[in-house]
Design a protein around this ligand. Structure first.
Ligand SMILES: [Zn+2]
Length: 393
């Protein structure tokens, strides 16, 4: 019999006690041969000593750890896996994606999204940030077991009277996203941010991802300008050129500690200092970046500046899998100098902080959710435990 890659542990009502050889409570605290007691799906106790109570569920000689966060995913694009070539540049990739999406039946998109979400959960991700432009994944995410935020994404232009939130349910796990500084009018971005700020919920935006975006924001001209004209998005009144996409969003008042800045690929030191000063939360999708742009974000510099990036996979149109384990492994392969402990933090506690969910998730500690995961990874040496977890397959 094949061992499952990841065992998903959900507790539900009642009392349960879990045991494992290694328990990663958080990146800085690991216990061996420990116990976790969960009551009504909330952790009530963690201990190195045996906890008395109901029957103990002994998971074995592997690792019990927090569920992973995928802070940036587009489930509604799951149908386009291996359908769009990366070889003709970003703009052509976007154009082809939109073309194919527009002619694909919603039913098919939903079926693939559902299947995609099942695979996400199976790979140990229990918290997601789904970005949805068409709105078709709302019920899929709502009716699933994952926690997180479902973002309705907007792009284009609006006028002063447009009401963006007419049918939005005011629940913690529903929020808004702007597609990017190069696809949304400044007024739209400000209105979206204003709403999420008033609700104290995270706002998500793709930022500093492509050369096309940088060229457009810094010159108001170029190939992206032509692309917008073709799509009938009128940018004449937009408050650009500006020195960089990050500086532009800063000028518009979009950057604060509840903004998730996704990608940050085209940034200089000054841009990253602004991100750090505003306590904006970076969300990195390096595998997608490499496929679409043949480059990687400057993660080492971000860490030096004290930034605490979270991780996302982006969509199956730009990466092979929706697994955060694969994302962690890719980072370590490409940034061998980064401490694997920090990569593990990106996939767990940093995601929880970015989602404003750290009181509820991100670590295995009393008061937090009883949903966590177990991997059958055996180790006799805690010294390199994070390297083993991060490269686990
Ligand atoms: Zn994206």
């Amino acid at each position: 019999m094949n061992k499952p890659f990841v065992k998903i542990i959900r507790n539900g009502p009642g009392e349960k006690i879990h045991r494992a050889k290694t328990i990663i409570l958080n990146p800085w605290h690991i216990i061996e041969n420990g116990y976790v007691k969960v009551e009504n799906n909330i952790i009530s106790q963690v201990s190195k000593e045996k906890i008395k109570g109901t029957k103990i569920l002994d998971h074995g000689s592997g690792v019990l750890m927090p569920g992973l966060f995928n802070a940036h995913i587009h489930l509604e694009l799951c149908a386009f896996k291996n359908k769009i070539s990366f070889n003709y540049g970003f703009r052509k990739w976007v154009a082809e994606l939109l073309k194919q999406r527009d002619v694909t039946e919603k039913k098919k998109l939903k079926r693939y999204a559902e299947n995609g979400l099942n695979n996400v959960i199976k790979s140990g991700t229990l918290f997601i940030g789904e970005i949805s432009t068409l709105g078709i994944t709302k019920n899929i995410v709502k009716n699933s077991d994952v926690f997180g935020i479902w973002f309705q994404e907007f792009l284009g232009t609006i006028n002063q009277k447009t009401n963006l939130i007419y049918n939005l349910r005011k629940k913690l796990h529903f929020s808004l996203a702007g597609h990017g500084p190069h696809t949304c009018s400044p007024l739209m971005l400000q209105k979206l941010k204003q709403y999420t700020k008033s609700q104290s919920i995270p706002f998500s935006i793709h930022l500093a991802e492509s050369n096309d975006e940088t060229e457009f924001i810094t010159t108001k001209k170029g190939k992206w300008a032509e692309f917008l004209k073709q799509r009938k998005i009128d940018f004449l009144k937009w408050d650009i050129p500006e020195k960089s996409p990050v500086k532009y969003l800063n000028k518009l008042g979009i950057l604060d500690n509840k903004t998730l800045a996704v990608h940050l690929l085209n940034t200089d030191l000054n841009d990253l200092e602004i991100i750090a000063k505003k306590d904006t939360k970076p969300v990195l999708c390096p595998r997608s970046n490499f496929n679409l742009h043949k480059k990687l974000p400057d993660i080492s510099r971000m860490l030096k500046l004290g930034l605490k990036p979270a991780l996302g996979t982006d969509s199956l149109a730009s990466t092979d899998t929706l697994s955060i384990f694969d994302e962690m492994k890719f980072i370590l392969e490409n940034f061998p100098d980064i401490d694997p402990l920090l990569i593990f933090s990106m996939a767990t506690i940093n995601g929880a902080k970015a989602f404003n969910m750290e009181k509820f998730a991100g670590t295995i500690e009393p008061g937090k959710t009883g949903d966590f995961i177990y991997i059958p990874l055996e180790t006799n040496n805690l010294k390199n435990i994070f390297e083993k977890v991060v490269t686990y397959e």
